[in-house]
Design a protein around this ligand. Structure first.
Ligand code: ADP
Ligand code: ZN
Length: 735
């Protein structure tokens, strides 16, 4: 028997092996195998086909071992991966490896998946009276107060509120104040706790649900365009309940689980153990166990991040992509692919419905809806007709006149006043600035020399609390010197980062409880969840942070959102700069006024008239999209044209030589249909000491780009100059 194997290595194409008779019965499509590869190496591979004949003149080697009891990938997933291999021009083996945690051999005794059930916590009758005795056990007291307010709830939900609260819960149980119960699912729907019962839908939600559920059984793509707080998640939940009632499975892709523990909690609370979670916060063994639960059919709903697009959900009826516009669905390192676009392909292969949900759909998805390829569903109002927040623009260029001051940390007098009012009224505020650190640039006042990374072509960021200059690309640090190393002149920090904003807010409001959420302030997913939970419990008044504060959080106490500087992403050399700015502003504005009190947003900007800023402040997605689509059409950029990037990395001379050789090879294949931009040094010319060059190809169809790729591949295989070449179809990062 012959076996076609995709090897988990950076080589495109597949290899043919012979299956020894002893192993043959166990070898199936999607199975993981160990194969001899190269001179002495053994590699992991995946069975992707059974060829009838072997390539000529090759001495076939034998499959060495079969690694799983059950193939981790279904035949449909193998089909999806082969599609992705051809479209994204990346090795199938790398895609398969990225999908599955490596290094686990389930035949050699990895733990069998356990039936965990859902654990509930409930306060005992005596608990309220015992509260005063807990005066000194603050954590226990907080957990117990929460339970007294909420009644019997899944421990999962409690964990969203108190990520580090497990010991306190255990102590309460030992004191006999809290009852812990585990319910193993017996019958479908048998374990829905009252708090997780489906909500009565609004007419717009009901219409969306009927359209989605009515399409089950055949490939149907939908765009669910609903403003922030319009109840999209409830539509997903009820559509999935319908799929489950019909015995089918569902896949939900979310941008980032660490930042939205509430969302995962909502799915777990409603569907209990039928939900398998797949994200990077899990250990490889945990991920593997979740994978097995899906593969065996024990779990039938998968909620996961990007790579979960390859999760083995059985009998898939519906795929949901929440916040479909989010850049994190695009994999850029390693094998480049777009999980949102693969979601549509997967739905097509499996005859499923796919729902792309967003308040600010990507222009690609919008254009697909406009052309009638996707069915458009709209949720135009917030739940309970809560108004969208009022947005006020503060023109920073008018403030920066002689004799006037922008305010420390870029907090203008207007924003400072609004912050003070909010905190005085006992409400909460979010301040957003997409730059971490204290100062984003340190220059010499005398000679103008900038502190730059020696390994990367970027300036170093000053992190005041740690007392260092830090490179955000390679992580290199330097001590902050007072004096310029070149001329001895005094150094000056410019450009405000979140650390400085936090300091300014503390100075302005000494009484307020202020915290910062960015990658410097929180390390792990757990710390992130704990900080968000503290904010949700209203133990904090002001949260300052990077785009980590803009995600789908639902904090009813937030009535003020301040955008410290709306312009940070506008000037980037990227055709999506305006779209990203609009989406970020709309998302962060959507955090305000989600509770009973109306919200307001203050946006500080040097460009109040630029469409991304002006439309976001008017909550006018339609106007922004119309203008931006027109601009894209004029320049032939997506969604009206397609792009292929070739990214070259190597030595200074080698990268250049490789890039030039690629250009040379591409020229005859352009045939007037494909525009070649470059070769040119990348916007960030050097990272980690490696020089970077880019070539960008633009055409009206992918076929023309595939033809160019054919010409490029020959050079990329053995590049003169020895640089590394990676291809990126439908690229996102232009840097
Ligand atoms: P979105 O995902 O569109 O931002 P959510 O689904 O998070 O919105 O809903 C916003 C809030 O409204 C949530 O607190 C949710 O529980 C609540 N909600 C959603 N649908 C309903 C409904 N039909 N009735 C009452 N509350 C609802
Ligand atoms: Zn660096």
């Amino acid at each position: 028997m012959l076996v076609e194997v995709a090897v988990a290595a950076a080589v495109r194409g597949t290899f043919t092996y012979r299956a020894p008779p002893a192993l043959a019965p166990e070898i199936a499509l999607g199975q993981r195998v160990a194969v001899p590869f190269g001179k002495s190496r053994r590699a992991t591979g995946y069975v992707v086909g059974f060829p009838a004949s072997a390539p000529e003149g090759v001495a076939l080697r034998e499959v060495a071992a079969v690694l799983d009891r059950v193939p981790p990938f279904t035949p449909k997933l193998v089909e999806l991966i082969r599609w992705a291999e051809d479209y994204y021009l990346v090795p199938a083996g790398e895609l398969l490896r990225a999908a599955l945690p490596p290094g686990l051999n389930t035949r050699k005794g990895a733990a069998a998946p356990v039936r965990r059930g859902v654990e509930y916590a409930a306060p005992e009758a005596s608990a309220a009276d015992a509260l005063p005795t807990l005066a000194r056990a603050r954590a226990q007291r907080a957990v117990l107060e929460y339970l007294l307010a909420r009644g019997r709830i899944p421990v999962e939900e409690l964990r969203a509120a108190f990520p580090a609260g497990r010991p306190a819960l255990g102590a309460l149980a030992r004191r006999g104040l809290v009852r812990l119960e585990r319910e193993v699912p017996v019958a479908r729907g048998g374990l829905l706790p009252a708090s997780a019962a489906p909500l009565a839908l609004t007419p717009a939600q009901a219409a969306a649900l009927e359209a989605i559920a009515g399409a089950f059984g055949a490939f149907t793509p939908f765009l669910l365009h609903g403003i922030t707080g319009s109840g999209k998640t409830e539509v997903y939940l009820q559509a999935i309940a319908r799929a489950r009632a019909a015995g089918k499975g569902a896949l939900v892709l979310v941008p980032e689980i660490a930042l939205t523990p509430q969302l995962a909690g909502r799915f777990r609370a409603r569907f209990g153990d039928e939900v398998a979670l797949l994200h990077s916060g899990l250990s490889p063994a945990e991920r593997h166990a979740e994978w097995q639960r899906l593969r065996s059919g024990e779990a039938r709903i998968c909620v996961g991040v990007r790579s979960a697009i390859f999760a083995p959900v059985p009998d898939l009826a519906v795929v949901v992509v929440d916040e479909e516009h989010e850049g994190s669905f695009k994999q850029e390192d390693g094998p480049a692919y777009h999980a949102r676009d693969l979601a549509v392909v997967r739905a097509k292969l499996e005859g499923a419905v796919v729902v792309l949900g967003s308040a600010t759909p990507s222009l690609e998805t919008l254009e697909n809806a406009r052309r009638g390829r996707y069915r458009l569903l709209e949720l135009p109002a917030r739940i309970d007709d809560r108004p969208l927040p009022e947005v006020e623009l503060v023109d920073l260029s008018k403030l920066r006149r002689p004799g006037r001051d922008l305010g420390p940390g870029l907090v203008s007098p207007r924003l400072a006043e609004a912050l003070a009012e909010t905190v005085a009224a006992g409400k909460q505020a979010i301040l957003f600035l997409n730059r971490r650190g204290y100062e984003t640039l340190v220059v010499c006042e005398a000679c103008g020399e900038e502190a730059r990374c020696t390994e990367c072509a970027v300036s170093l960021t000053h992190h005041a609390r740690r007392g260092i200059l830090l490179c955000h690309y390679c992580g290199r640090t330097e001590r902050v010197g007072e004096r310029c190393p070149a001329c001895g002149g005094a150094r000056l920090g410019v450009g405000v980062g979140t650390e400085q904003v936090e300091e300014a807010v503390r100075a302005l409001l000494p009484e307020a409880r202020v915290a910062r959420l960015d990658r410097d302030a929180v390390g792990t997913a757990e710390e992130t969840a704990e900080l968000l939970a503290r904010f949700a419990r209203r133990e904090l008044d002001v949260l300052v942070g990077t785009q980590m504060v803009t995600k789908g959080h639902d904090f009813p106490g937030v009535t003020l959102v301040g955008v410290v500087l709306a312009d940070t992403a506008l000037a980037l050399p990227d055709f999506r700069a305006a779209e990203r700015t609009f989406q970020l502003l709309a998302q962060v504005a959507g955090r305000a006024g989600r509770g009973a009190d109306a919200g307001r947003v203050i946006v500080q900007t040097f460009n109040p008239a630029t469409p991304a800023v002006a439309c976001a402040s008017g909550h006018d997605y339609a106007a922004f999209a119309a203008g931006e689509l027109e601009r894209r059409r004029r320049h032939g950029y997506p969604p009206f044209g397609r792009l292929l990037a070739a990214r070259v990395e190597g030595s200074e001379a080698g990268a250049r030589r490789t890039a030039e050789a690629l250009a040379e090879a591409a020229r005859p294949a352009l045939r007037g249909e494909v525009a070649m931009l470059g070769p040119a040094p990348a916007a960030i010319e050097r990272i980690r000491g490696r020089t970077r060059w880019h070539l960008l190809f633009r055409a009206s169809s992918p076929q023309a780009l595939f033809r160019v790729h054919g010409a490029l591949a020959r050079v990329a295989h053995r590049p003169p100059g020895g640089a590394e070449v990676r291809f990126d179809m439908d690229p996102h990062s232009m840097l």
